[in-house]
Design a protein. Structure first.
Ligand code: SAH
Ligand code: MG
Length: 215
C-alpha cells in the first residue's frame, strides 16, 4: 500500500469509487502491466471535482506519460477548455498521441515533447490551472518556471508530494530516494510559506498539494 493512509482506509475509499470502463480502463491496465505511474483513483476523483468547480479554460500539465491524466482532465472540463501537456520521453509522446487520438478529446489536448523547464521558458500563454506530475526531484524548479504562467486566482496541483510516506518520515526513506525526499520536503516548505500563495497538502493517493495564487 501507499504508506500514506492506513490500508483499511485506502481499501475502503478504493472500494466506493466507481470503476472506469472503455479506454480509461484499458490505459489503467496498460500502465499497471508496464509499470507506468498514472494518477491514483482517488487523485483522479479529486481532480475531477476540482475541475468541475474551477471550470478552467486553459490547463497546463507537466508529465504526460501515456496521456491518462490528460484524458481524465479533458473528460471533466467543457468543450472550450484546452490542455497543453509536456513530456520529455519521445516514446511516451507517441504512445500518448495514439491513446488521445482515439478519443473525442483529441482536438483539446496538445502534447509538447521536451524537457519541461526548457519548454516552460518559451511558453507565453497563461493558464488557469497547472497539474505538476513529473520528476519529483525537480518540483521546485518546475514550480518556479511555471508560476508566472499561472493566472491570478489560478491553481497548481502537485502530485506525489508525500512519495509513499517517505517525505513525512525518515523511517520510511530508502537510501536511493534520499535526494528526492529532501527536495520534496524543500518543495513543500517553499510552497507552504510563499507570500502571495496559499497551499494545502492532502494525504490521499501519493499525496497532493494544492497551491492557490492570490495575486
Ligand atoms: N500525469 C501522468 C503520469 C506522469 S508520469 C498520468 O497520471 O497519467 C511522469 C512523466 O513525467 C514521465 O512520463 C516522465 O518521462 C515525465 N517527465 C519527467 N521529468 C520530466 C521533465 N523534466 N520534463 C518533461 N517530462 C518529464
Ligand atoms: Mg503522479
Amino acid at each position: 500500500m501507499g504508506n500514506i493512509n492506513k490500508d483499511y482506509i485506502e481499501e475502503y475509499i478504493h472500494s466506493v469509487l466507481p470503476e472506469n470502463n472503455g479506454y480509461l480502463k484499458d490505459l489503467e491496465v496498460y500502465a499497471k502491466e508496464n509499470n507506468i505511474p498514472i494518477i491514483e483513483k482517488e487523485t483522479a476523483q479529486l481532480l475531477k471535482v476540482l475541475l468541475k468547480i474551477y471550470e478552467p479554460k486553459n490547463i497546463l500539465e507537466i508529465g504526460t506519460a501515456i496521456g491518462y491524466s490528460a484524458l481524465v482532465m479533458a473528460s471533466s472540463t467543457d468543450a472550450n477548455c484546452n490542455i497543453t501537456t509536456i513530456e520529455k520521453q519521445f516514446n511516451m509522446v507517441k504512445l500518448a498521441e495514439k491513446n488521445i487520438d482515439k478519443t473525442e478529446y483529441k482536438n483539446r489536448i496538445k502534447i509538447l515533447n521536451g524537457d519541461a523547464v526548457e519548454i516552460l521558458s518559451n511558453l507565453d500563454e497563461k493558464f488557469d490551472l497547472i497539474f505538476l506530475d513529473a520528476a519529483k526531484g525537480q518540483y521546485l524548479q518546475f514550480f518556479n518556471s511555471c508560476k508566472d504562467l499561472l493566472k491570478t486566482k489560478g491553481l497548481i496541483i502537485s502530485d506525489n508530494v508525500l512519495f509513499r510516506g517517505m517525505v513525512a518520515s525518515d523511517k520510511l526513506v530508502i537510501r536511493r530516494k534520499k535526494t528526492i525526499v529532501k527536495r520534496l520536503r524543500e518543495y513543500l516548505n517553499h510552497i507552504s510559506n510563499l507570500e502571495g500563495y496559499e497551499s494545502c497538502i492532502i494525504p490521499i493517493g501519493d499525496g497532493i498539494a494544492l497551491t492557490y495564487k492570490e495575486e
